[in-house]
Structures are given as C-alpha cells and as structure tokens.
Design a protein around this ligand. Structure first.
Ligand code: AHR
Length: 606
C-alpha cells in the first residue's frame, strides 16, 4: 500500500473536533461522576422517578432506621424546593439512621470524608456520625457540635482507618427528642480539583483531551413531557434550593451535579462548555410523560414561551455576565466571579421537526441572536436514518442559515465501512456539523476492537471533512455496572473501578492527536480500498498520520516520504472481538508494515 500526501492541497480544519457528550444516563451523575456518597441525601426519591412507579422508590429509599422512629415530614422544610426531610423520634440514645450509599460506600484507609447535614432538634443535642463496614466494625467516627431548634448545618471530617467497598453511614442522635434531618451528605475530601467530582472518572474524561463537553444530554435535556424539560436554573445555588427531577432514564436526579458544576468541570479540563437546552419541546414533542410519537403533540404553551426564552438568556448571563448582573451575581456567589466564557449553545435534541418545534426554535434562536450575537447556536437535525426529521431539520438549517447543526446516528461497523464519503458532498457553504452522538453498534455486543476501529475509520473520514464537520462526540460517555439503560458506552465503571473501553482508547488517540490543518492523501494498492483509510493532519509542531487497516492480514506500506529516522508510533491492534486491548506506543523507525486489524498513529516533527 502506498500512502502519499499532497502538500499543495492542505486545508484548515476544525480545532474543536473531539469532544465529549455527557448525559445523566446509566447513573452517570448521582452515583457516578458526582462524588456524593450518600444516596437520596435529600429524601426526594419518589415512586414516579421509576418508569414502572416502583413503590420502593419512596422518600426513604437507601435509608433505614434501627432503635428509633423514622418518618418523612415536610412541615417547615429547609426550603420549599426540597420539602421532604427525615423526622426521627428518639426515645433512647443509641438508635440509628442508616444510609447504604449507592450500592455501598467506598472508603480508603487514611483518607478523609466530609460529612454535612442540615439538622433541627427539639433537644439541641449532638449527633454521632459513623462509617461502619459489613461486619459492623466502625471505620470512622465523629461527634458533631450541638444542633439547634432551627435548621443548622452540622459538619464533620471523618478519617477511615480501613478500606471498605461496602460501608454504610450511621447517624446516632445523642439526646432523646425529635430530630429533623435533610441534605445528609458525605464526600471524599479528595475530589477532582477539589470541585466535588469523582477523581478517577473525571481524570479519565480529562485524559481524552476533549475540546468541549456537551451537557446535560441527550434526551435528558428535553425530557419526556413538558414538566420533565431540564431547566438549568433549577440546578444552581445551595443544594436545598435546587429542584430534583425525575430522570427520563428511570431514576432520580438530585441536581447536585448542576450547571455550575458542569461549567466548572469544563474549565478544569480546558474544554469549551456546550450546554444543550430544550427547544421549547420535549422528546418527540410529546406533551405528556413518555417519548410517545403517537401521543398528544405539544410544546411549552406559547403564552409561557417568553418566560422560557428569558430563562435561556439568563443562562448566558449566568455563564458570561458581569457580577453586577442578576445572574452574573449568582455565579459569583457560587464562587466563580470570572465569567465561564460560554461560546456555544445547543437548542434542541433530536426533536421532531414540526411546526410546534419550528415556532419555538425560531423564537429562542432569534431572541438569543438579538441579545448575544456572538454565541454560536447549534440547531438539531436528529438521526438521518429515522424518518424525515433529518431532511426537514437540514431544510430549516438552510433556510435559517444556522451556523451548526447537531446530527446523531448509531450504526453498525458495516455502515461506517460503506459510508466513508458521507460528508464529502456536504455543502461547504451551509451549516457546519456537530456530530453530537454516534457510535458503532453490533447488536447484543459491547464495545470491542471491531466497533472501535469502525469509529476510528469514521473519524479518519471526518478529519478529511473537518472543514464542514466542526465537532464530534461519541455517546453515551459513562455507564455504571448494573445500572445501565444503554449499551455500548465509552467508559464503564463501578464504585471502585474505571473501565475504559477500546472505543475510549480510540477517542483518546484522536483527542490527543488532533490537528488544525489537513493534507489529502493518495492511497493505492489496498486489497479492499474500503478497508484501508488514512488521514494526515498537522498541529503547530508536528505532522500526525493515522492509518486504519481493517484487513485481517498485515499490509506492506510505503511511507518513504517521511524522512525522519525515528517517529512516535502508536498501534492499537488485536482480535476484532477483544474488549480490553490497549494501544502500544514506542519511538520507532518509519514502519513498512501495518498490523492486521489496526489503527496506527505516527507523529513526527514538522
Ligand atoms: O445517547 C443516548 C440517547 O440517544 C440520547 O439521550 C438521545 O439523544 C439519543 O436518542
């Protein structure tokens, strides 16, 4: 095989190509990236949080009591947005309120854990707080200061004397009487950059070197039904002021991981924030619960759209406004007086492109453009292979001269093989593409080398078209073992481990080897032309050549135009069904062979 660049035809390409798609699906937020160890800290779980209205999903979910009376009350709550709280009647000291965490609490010997709770007590006593393992051994313990007759925050630092993967929290009021407790929280002292996210998971995302983070979805952004639309303003401020929401993937969102935390995470990993707000319509424009295409269609009633549009303008002010603006002030109060520098905003997610959608989308788009002309607005065209919304979405994008639209598709490896020219014919004068959700799916199987190489193949073809494709993000990003609604995902995890997939390795290799200039390549001599693809990009200092060989055999390759004695070489190869293979890097001569079923990356100085 010969691969030769055409140095005269270099073109500028997007410097935003590889990003991440974060959606609270598969317990990605509570019990996942958000480092809170207490499940249902706000006593807000409801049967309706679950698709099948599971009665065990009530305000006591994940809590238990022993030796005291535990009920739920909501009289004189800490805040109206979080009314239910735990009411304890203690007759005899020694009774306990117990939380099991998200399938157990993980403790690391020698590490500190920060406990806090809002407490109100008729007896102004103290609370003993313990972390206890399965055998009943106390692994950490402390006693709070006195509670008051009015709500007061009690805090403690607990140090674990042993490891445990299945500890529980116990609260033991130290005086008889009535006790009210809410927002009972336990965080590891060590979180990512000290900002409340689980260190190992956040680091795995940071290692992708994503240029942007899209949040909070996906379908979570538009919800299933008008009342389930994700409203950013309900997710900021003190925890008790945030409004929890049923997650349409069948669980509960505390909103502890809210817009402030998302913006801060983006800043912490050097990625552009790309929030996506609903276009005034929920999933499938379905007015009521459930993404029911056949159901009653509707969006936010037009008489309420002014308020909704204002809320989106407020979001931009929250991210970028001066601290003397109402929402800039809220950001400063949360601890970030500097603006977050929001540049992108998505409007809508895979919506049905109907009149209901269009009327609301135009209203939002025009209002944002009028007030914030520099914000880049991303429209939505949905999955190109499902119905007419892709076509209709693109028509609307052309009519409105949108800057970028969000495309989604999940396809088989065969589709990626046979659609390598998908973007070649896209109109360079039209809207740019944000490929906001994609992945290679083999029905019934997880991410393996075959799907990962298909994604690499697609990204090679996207790099060739990165004058029209501006951004891409694999979806979904995270999935917790045993709590997964969607497969495959990029990073699996449980309470103790992070398990990146082969697809993750591909995303990382592309994220860490991106460029801003693309050089076309003449490729000849492949046994099957579809099975050998390559791209050549340049960053400021280096050229980076990526080659995918999907043949089952080694290929001879002529790269004699690379005159360097040594290059940085990274190879990902193995059996197609391998789910654990890792890339191998070395300093090497310019190779003359490409491994079977491989992605090879060569990096060399300009
Ligand atoms: O990525 C999972 C889901 O797929 C997203 O929530 C939705 O936008 C798409 O249908």
């Amino acid at each position: 095989v010969s691969i030769h660049p055409d140095w005269n035809k270099g073109k500028a390409i997007s410097d935003m190509l590889i990003g991440v798609f974060f959606e609270d699906i598969n317990y990605a937020a509570d019990g996942g990236l958000y480092a809170e160890l207490i499940q249902n800290r706000d006593f807000e779980y409801r049967p309706s949080d679950k698709e099948d209205r599971d009665p065990s999903w009530n305000a006591k979910k994940a809590w238990n009591a022993d030796g005291l009376t535990f009920t739920i009350d909501s009289v004189r709550p800490i805040h109206k947005n979080n009314a239910p709280y735990a009411k304890l009647e203690v007759n005899r000291v020694g009774g306990r309120l117990i939380n099991e965490g998200f399938g157990g609490i993980v403790l690391k010997k020698g590490e500190n854990y920060l406990f806090s709770a809002k407490v109100r007590s008729s007896t102004a006593g103290r609370v003993k707080v313990r972390l206890v393992n399965e055998q009943g051994d106390v692994l950490a313990e402390g006693v709070s200061e006195n509670a008051n007759k009015e709500w007061k925050t009690l805090k403690l630092t607990l140090s674990a004397i042993e490891n445990s993967s299945n500890a529980r929290l116990e609260l033991i009021p130290q005086k008889a009487g009535r006790w009210d407790l809410d927002m009972i929280s336990l965080f590891p002292e060590k979180t990512f950059k000290g900002h409340g996210l689980r260190e190992d998971l956040a680091q795995a995302i940071a290692d992708l070197k994503p240029k942007f983070v899209r949040f909070p979805g996906g379908c979570v952004a538009h919800g299933d039904g008008i009342n389930n639309i994700y409203r950013w303003e309900n997710t900021i401020g003190p925890w008790e002021e945030r409004k929890p929401l049923r997650n349409l993937w069948g669980y509960h969102q505390t909103m502890g991981l809210g817009y402030f935390e998302y913006f801060q995470f983006c800043e912490d990993i050097g990625a552009e924030p790309v929030p996506v707000v609903a276009a005034g319509v929920p999933c499938q424009n379905s007015a009521h619960h459930g993404c029911d295409i056949g159901g009653q269609q509707g969006g936010i009633p037009m008489e309420h759209m002014d308020e909704y549009v204002q809320s989106i303008l407020n979001l931009i002010e929250y991210a970028n406004g001066a601290i003397n603006t109402p929402y800039g002030k809220k950001r400063a109060e949360a601890g970030h007086p500097e603006p977050f520098g929001l540049k992108y905003l998505g409007i809508g997610n895979e919506d049905l492109i109907t009149d209901i959608f269009e009327e609301r989308f135009r209203l939002i788009y025009n209002a944002v453009k009028a007030k914030y002309p520099d914000i880049i607005l991303i429209g939505t065209v949905g999955p190109f292979n499902e119905g007419t919304d892709y076509v209709e979405g693109w028509k609307l994008a052309d009519q409105m001269k949108l800057e970028i639209v969000d495309e989604h598709y999940y396809q088989t490896p065969g589709w990626y093989l046979n659609n390598q020219h998908f973007y070649d014919s896209y109109d360079r004068k039209g809207a740019k593409v944000y490929l906001g959700e994609y992945a290679a799916h083999i029905p019934g199987r997880h991410n393996n080398l075959e799907t990962a190489l298909s994604e690499a193949l697609h990204l090679i073809n996207v790099e060739r078209n990165a004058d029209v494709v501006h951004m891409t993000s694999y979806a979904p990003l995270l999935a917790k073992d045993g709590y997964t609604q969607w497969n495959p995902d990029l990073i699996y995890f449980n309470n103790t481990e992070v398990k990146p997939t082969v697809g993750y390795e591909v995303q990382k290799l592309f994220g860490q080897n991106s460029g801003t200039k693309y050089y076309p390549l003449a490729i000849s001599g492949a046994f099957d032309v579809r099975k050998l693809a390559a791209s050549l990009v340049a960053d400021q200092d280096n050229f980076i050549l990526k080659v995918v060989n999907l043949h089952p055999i080694e290929a001879d390759v002529d790269l004699t135009w690379i005159k360097h004695a040594e290059v940085e070489k990274t190879v990902l190869s193995g059996d197609l069904d391998d789910k654990t293979v890792k890339p191998v890097s070395s300093i090497s001569e310019v190779p003359s062979k490409l491994a079977p079923y491989s992605l090879t990356i060569l990096k060399f100085k300009k």
